[in-house]
Write a protein that binds this ligand. Structure first.
Ligand code: NDP
Length: 435
C-alpha cells in the first residue's frame, strides 16, 4: 500500500488476488522465492500523456491519456480503453491487473493491459468524439501494434470510437493491421464481438447453475447497466428463458415487472446506441415500467443478478438484500462490481458467485478470436465464433472448479479464477527468467 498511495481500486484488486494466490504459493515450492506476485503487481510500463483537442466552439480542451502495459508473459498486451470522467491511474491499474488473470483464463495467448482517458463522452457531438479519438490515437499509436499491444473498447468506447481510432492509426502508420479489436465488420471486426461479453457472462452463469441442477428457465433476472455488456446479457438471459426485469445507468434503474422482451430491448439499444440517451427514456414508450432515480436495482427480488455497469456498484448491504430475497446466482459482467464486503456475503451464504475476471472473459476471448481472424485474413461465421465462445466459457468454468472446489461440493470461483489465471502467467514468467 505504501508503494501505491491513493490507488484504492488497484489495492482492492491486488488484495483480492493475494488472499487466494499467496496460500497457493505457500503450498507450491516451485512458485516461491522468485518474487512472482511482487513482479506481477508492478506494471511493465505505464504511459501517461496529454490529449489536446478542439471542441465544436473552437475552444481547446485538455484531457489525460493513459496506457498501462501490465504483463506480456503469455502474449501481446491486451485490454480495453475506457473514456469516463472518473478514469485515473488507480482504476486503470486495477483493470490492467485483473486483465492479466482474465486473459490467462481464456487459454488464448494474450498478456494484460488497459488504458483510457478522463474524457467525458456525454453530451459531446459526433465530430467532437471523432476529434478526441484522433487526438488520443495520435499519441497512443507509438506505443501499440498488432504484435505489441492491442486495445479494445470498454466504458465509453464502443464501435464508433474504435472505428475513429482505427482510422487514425492507419493514417499515421500507413498499415492495415489488427491493432484494435471491436472493429466494424467491414474492416476486420469479428461477428459476435459486440455480443460476446454479455453472452459470455450468461454462458458462465448457465454453467454455474448447471452444477446445482438449475437453469435460466423461468428465473427472474436483475441486471445493472444498459451499455454494451448489459444489453447482450439481457438478450441471452431472455433467450435462455429468463425474465429480465431491470436495467440501469448512472441516473437510476428501470423496473419492468412484465419483463424486457425482444422489442423492448431493441428500444433500449436505440436509446443507448443510436440516441446516446438515458435509460429513463424507456418510460416514453413503456409507461407501465417504473424508473427509480439515483438507486441501483439490487433491492428488486430476483433469482439471478448480473451486475454489468461498473466497479463497486454492489455493496455489502445490497448483497444481503439479494440473498434475503432468494437470489441464487451472481455472475459479474462488469469488472469488480461487487465490493469485498459483498463478496463475503455471497460466499458465506454459499450462493453461486462468479468474479468478473472469469464470467466476463468472453469479451476479451472473442477479441482474441478477432486477432486470429485478422492474422489469417479471413472471417468466421457467427455460429463458429459463438461456438468457440461457448466452449471457452465452459473451459473457464472447468478451470475455476478445478482450482476452487473446497472438497465439500462448494466452488469458490474467486479462488479458482485467481489461481488458475496465476499458474499460466507464473509458469511463463519463470521460464522467461527475471526480466
Ligand atoms: P458501456 O459504456 O457500454 O456501458 C456502461 C454502463 O454502465 C452504462 O449503462 C453506464 O451508465 C453505466 N455506468 C458507467 N459508469 C457508471 C458509474 N460510475 N455509476 C453508475 N453507472 C455507471 O460499457 P460496457 O458495457 O462496455 O462496460 C460495462 C462494464 O463491463 C465495465 O465494468 C467494463 O470494464 C466491463 N467489461 C466490458 C467489456 C466489453 O467488452 N465491453 C469486457 C469485459 C468487461 P451511463 O450511461 O449513465 O454512464
Amino acid at each position: 500500500a505504501k508503494n501505491n498511495p491513493n490507488e484504492p481500486e488497484f489495492l482492492q484488486a491486488v488484495r483480492e488476488v493475494a488472499e487466494t494466490v499467496i496460500p497457493f504459493i505457500e503450498k507450491n515450492p516451485k512458485y516461491q522465492g522468485k518474487m512472482l506476485l511482487e513482479r506481477m503487481v508492478e506494471p511493465e510500463r505505464v504511459m501517461m500523456f496529454r490529449v489536446a483537442w478542439v471542441d465544436d466552439k473552437g475552444q481547446t480542451q485538455v484531457n489525460k491519456g493513459y496506457r498501462i502495459q501490465m504483463n506480456s508473459a503469455i502474449g501481446p498486451y491486451k485490454g480495453g480503453l475506457r473514456f469516463h470522467p472518473s478514469v485515473n491511474l488507480s482504476i486503470l491499474k486495477f483493470l490492467a491487473f485483473e486483465q492479466v488473470f482474465k486473459n490467462s483464463l481464456t487459454t488464448l495467448p494474450m498478456g494484460g493491459g488497459k488504458g483510457g482517458s478522463n474524457f467525458d463522452p456525454k453530451g459531446k457531438s459526433d465530430t467532437e468524439i471523432m476529434r478526441f479519438c484522433q487526438a488520443f490515437m495520435t499519441e497512443l499509436a507509438r506505443h501499440i501494434g498488432a504484435d505489441t499491444d492491442v486495445p479494445a473498447g470498454d466504458i465509453g468506447v464502443g464501435g464508433r470510437e474504435v472505428g475513429y481510432m482505427f482510422g487514425q492509426y492507419k493514417k499515421l502508420r500507413n498499415e492495415f493491421t489488427g491493432v484494435l479489436t471491436g472493429k466494424g465488420i467491414t474492416f476486420g471486426g469479428s461477428l459476435i464481438r459486440p455480443e460476446a461479453t454479455g453472452y459470455g457472462d450468461v454462458y458462465f452463469a448457465y454453467n454455474m447453475l448447471k452444477t446445482r441442477g438449475e437453469s435460466f428457465d423461468g428465473k427472474t433476472v436483475v441486471i445493472s447497466g444498459s451499455g454494451n455488456v448489459a444489453q447482450y446479457a439481457a438478450e441471452k438471459a431472455r433467450q435462455l428463458g429468463g425474465k429480465v426485469v431491470t436495467l440501469s445507468d448512472s441516473s437510476g434503474y428501470i423496473y419492468d415487472a412484465e419483463g424486457i422482451d425482444e422489442e423492448k430491448l431493441a428500444y433500449v439499444m436505440e436509446i443507448k446506441n443510436v440516441n446516446y440517451g438515458r435509460i429513463s427514456d424507456y418510460l416514453n414508450k413503456y409507461p407501465n415500467a417504473k424508473f427509480v432515480a439515483g438507486k441501483t436495482p439490487w433491492e428488486v427480488k430476483c433469482d439471478i443478478a448480473l451486475p454489468c455497469a461498473t466497479q463497486n456498484e454492489l455493496n455489502g448491504d445490497d448483497a444481503k438484500m439479494l440473498v434475503a430475497n432468494g437470489c441464487i446466482c451472481v455472475a459479474e459482467g462488469a469488472n469488480m462490481p461487487s465490493t469485498p464486503e459483498a463478496v463475503i456475503v455471497f460466499q458465506d451464504a454459499k450462493i453461486l458467485f462468479a468474479p468478473g475476471k472469469a464470467s466476463n472473459a468472453g469479451g476479451v476471448a472473442t477479441s482474441g478470436l478477432e486477432m486470429s481472424q485478422n492474422s489469417l485474413r479471413l472471417s468466421w461465421t457467427s455460429e463458429e465464433v459463438d461456438d468457440r465462445l461457448k466452449r471457452i466459457m465452459y473451459n473457464i468454468h472447468e478451470s475455476c472448479v478445478e482450482y476452487g472446489s473446497d472438497g465439500s461440493g462448494y466452488v469458490d470461483y474467486v479462488k479458482g479464477a485467481n489461481v488458475a489465471g496465476f499458474v499460466k502467467v507464473a509458469d511463463a514468467m519463470l521460464a522467461q527468467g527475471v526480466v
